[in-house]
Design a protein around this ligand. Sequence first.
Ligand code: MTE
Ligand code: MO
Length: 245
Amino acid sequence: AFLAHVVLKAPAAFRNLRRMRRGEGEEPDPELTAARPDPPTVTRRGALGLVGGASLLLVATSAGRSIDGPLRHTAVLTPHGGPDPGHGPGAFQVNKTAEYAGIRPDDTTEEAWRLTVTGRTGTVRLTRADLLAMEQHDAALPIACVEGWSTSDQAWRGVRLRDLAALAGHDEPADVYVESLQSHGTWRHAALSAGQVADGRSLLALAVNGADLTPDHGHPARVIVPAAPGVLNTKWVTRLTFGEL
Ligand SMILES: Nc1nc2c(c(=O)[nH]1)N[C@H]1C(S)=C(S)[C@@H](COP(=O)(O)O)O[C@H]1N2
Ligand SMILES: [Mo]
């Protein structure tokens, strides 16, 4: 937009510069000034002070939402609370807790939980141990929620989505439909594009910051993809369906 603006305004700007050089600068260019301007109501210094002051106030009352720790509570004008993430490796902002999402602990145990992966060549069912036996990869990625907060980078570890696509017969990464154990709520499922699946940082994460995922951050497994809103980072994943969506 800035480039387009510069290109479109360049002729008028150069015309004006030439006029100023010729000493005609006193005459306002009719293309650049209002024909009948109203008298000024605020000085330049006043206008700058007002806009600058307001901007600083907004920064001071919202920047904390993007910084982990106690500073989050200084972000009085933006979402800054949320359930207390507690201490340790999982101590970063939680959107919906496992309890709120109605995740039954019994459904997330090693015995009960399975990941169902469906694709071109059929369906595979994996335990968490099966996933841990696959090649593990790391990705440093934030959670960035559209509600207006983000975390700093977290150290995720798990299986690449593209490796899971290959397991279901998609050697070329395909779109994927992700479903969670959650039975209600808009964000219980999500769709990712083949491009997102192809990225080596796109994981079905099993661990974060050196420890197993906590229940509130999506244990047994959750999606984490780069450059996407938090709503696509589905927690408590139980089914992946690869193929054109
Ligand atoms: N199953 C499920 N996954 C979900 C959600 C949800 O409500 N249900 N919320 C999403 C939203 S809106 C965000 S911002 C992130 C937050 O992840 P976090 O709670 O681990 O920080 O999870 C996403 N994954
Ligand atoms: Mo979100």
